[in-house]
Write a new protein. Structure first.
Ligand SMILES: NC(=O)c1ccc[n+]([C@@H]2O[C@H](COP(=O)([O-])OP(=O)(O)OC[C@H]3O[C@@H](n4cnc5c(N)ncnc54)[C@H](O)[C@@H]3O)[C@@H](O)[C@H]2O)c1
Length: 409
């Protein structure tokens, strides 16, 4: 029987709802919720059930009260994380914080310091660590199947339409509103690299480019909005008219009323919203591909490729006795892991069975994280910082064109 936790939810949007549905299913309670959106509060009240939690129109109002729960879930938008997480730590909450932790390396270190100072636990929603796929890879390494790990190669394919939706047209198109894309999208991956390497990272070097989503790559004669009679509507991969058809599911990520929208509502929305713009003319500052090289203190080297032009994650780990390789959500295939010993042959490694409570989100990681939470809170503070350090150093390296050495205070 798990320890039952009480939650204060800061930001009752898409992520907050997902985690809290799982938490309620696992027998945890929700005692306080904050969100300026009445619709978001209403939905969360439905998830919380009885007894109804106290409601607040802003995080600050909630934190002005004496502590109302064991854990504060901070699931507001990226630029709010540092402010809300620091307020929660100062108010004495253990904090479950959505990624990215903050907008700069200094802020991330400050959060870790505040957690220590206030005797609180601070955990990041690195849901991929709790997926059956990545647990299987980690166990294979820990069991010594490939001997000593020498180097790690990983790739994250954001997906062409996903990239255009989120990082060209959408919420994460401008670094100032979030973090550099290598953190906003890939802090999961850099976190996984540190988890696999089992050692702090000492140096990072990176290159990033906007090669495709730029005005000079726009198809000839394209209009500024896809709905304005663009001659490439129907053939362009990024045609926004697809929000009416094959890409309709993305509406749910940006419109709370997506399910109620008629086709005419969507057409109207495409006339004015950011998501109706030609994906080649959005002026985003996010790269569509970036490569990061890393050196770890124990001598392991690693590289990570982020690209808009693939979908899913692939990992290959080279060891003294063999190669461990796997992919998740890639090639339209089920996740797979295999080991190729240097003596020859291919050994398929079955993906661990893991309870997912019917929640498929993030390959079962959403459920896995909330399920593991009571145990994680009982452990020492999470080692979440290292992955963020790498991400910020990668952004700096790409900006400044030099290798960044990581020093620790
Ligand atoms: N762990 C992951 O893999 C993962 C996946 C997707 C998104 N995320 C991150 O999760 C976070 C939330 O994403 P989302 O899709 O749920 O966003 P969302 O916009 O649906 O939810 C954010 C909520 O915060 C509320 N809010 C705004 N100001 C507030 C305030 N002052 N006090 C309280 N609430 C306030 C908004 O009204 C909204 O309901 C983002 O930072 C995103 O980057 C993480």
């Amino acid at each position: 029987m798990q320890k039952s936790l009480s939650f204060a939810v800061i930001g009752c949007g898409s992520r907050g709802r997902t985690y809290m549905r799982i938490a309620r299913d696992l027998g945890h309670t929700i005692t306080a919720i904050a969100d300026p959106s009445e619709a978001a509060i209403e939905t969360m009240l439905g998830i919380a059930g009885d007894p109804a939690p106290r409601t607040f129109a802003d995080a600050d109002d909630l934190f002005a009260e004496p502590k109302l729960a064991d854990v504060a879930l901070v699931s507001t938008q990226d630029a709010q994380h540092f402010g809300h997480a620091s307020a929660a730590l100062r108010a004495g909450y253990d904090v479950l914080l959505e990624k990215p932790a903050a907008q700069s390396s200094e802020e991330v270190e400050e959060l870790a310091r505040l957690a220590d100072e206030n005797g609180c636990k601070l955990l990041l929603c690195f849901v991929l660590r709790y997926t059956p796929f990545y647990r299987t890879m980690k166990r294979a390494i820990d069991d010594g199947r490939i001997g000593e790990v020498i180097s790690i190669q990983a790739a994250e394919g954001v997906g062409p339409f996903h990239n255009a939706h989120s990082f060209v047209r959408g919420h994460w198109a401008q670094t100032k509103d979030s973090t550099p894309m290598i953190i906003a999208k890939c802090c999961h991956d850099t976190d996984l690299m540190t988890w696999f390497a089992g050692s702090p990272c000492t140096a990072v070097s990176s290159f990033a480019e906007i090669s495709h989503f730029r005005p000079d790559k726009a198809p000839e004669g394209s209009t500024d909005r896809c709905i304005d009679g663009c001659p490439h509507a129907g053939t362009c991969l990024y045609d926004a008219n697809q929000y009416l058809t094959t890409q309709r599911r993305w509406l749910g990520m940006v419109r709370p009323d997506a399910e109620k929208m008629t086709d005419d509502d969507v057409r109207e929305w495409l006339k004015t919203s950011d998501w109706g713009r030609c994906a080649y003319k959005c002026g985003q500052d996010t790269p569509d591909h970036q490569v990061v090289s890393m050196r770890f203190e124990n001598g392991i080297t690693a590289d990570l490729t982020m690209t808009a032009f693939d979908t899913g994650r692939r990992t290959r780990i080279y060891g003294t006795k063999g190669i461990l390789e796997g992919a998740i959500h890639a090639d339209g295939r089920e996740p797979w892991v295999e080991c190729r010993p240097h003596t020859g042959g291919i050994e398929e490694i079955p993906i661990e069975e893991q309870e997912t409570g019917g929640y498929a989100g993030h390959g079962g990681g959403d459920f896995g994280l909330i399920h593991a939470l009571p145990a994680l809170l009982a452990e020492a503070t999470s080692d979440f910082i290292e992955g963020h350090r790498i991400g910020f150093a990668a952004a700096q390296s790409a900006d400044e064109g030099r290798t960044v050495e990581l020093t620790r205070g």
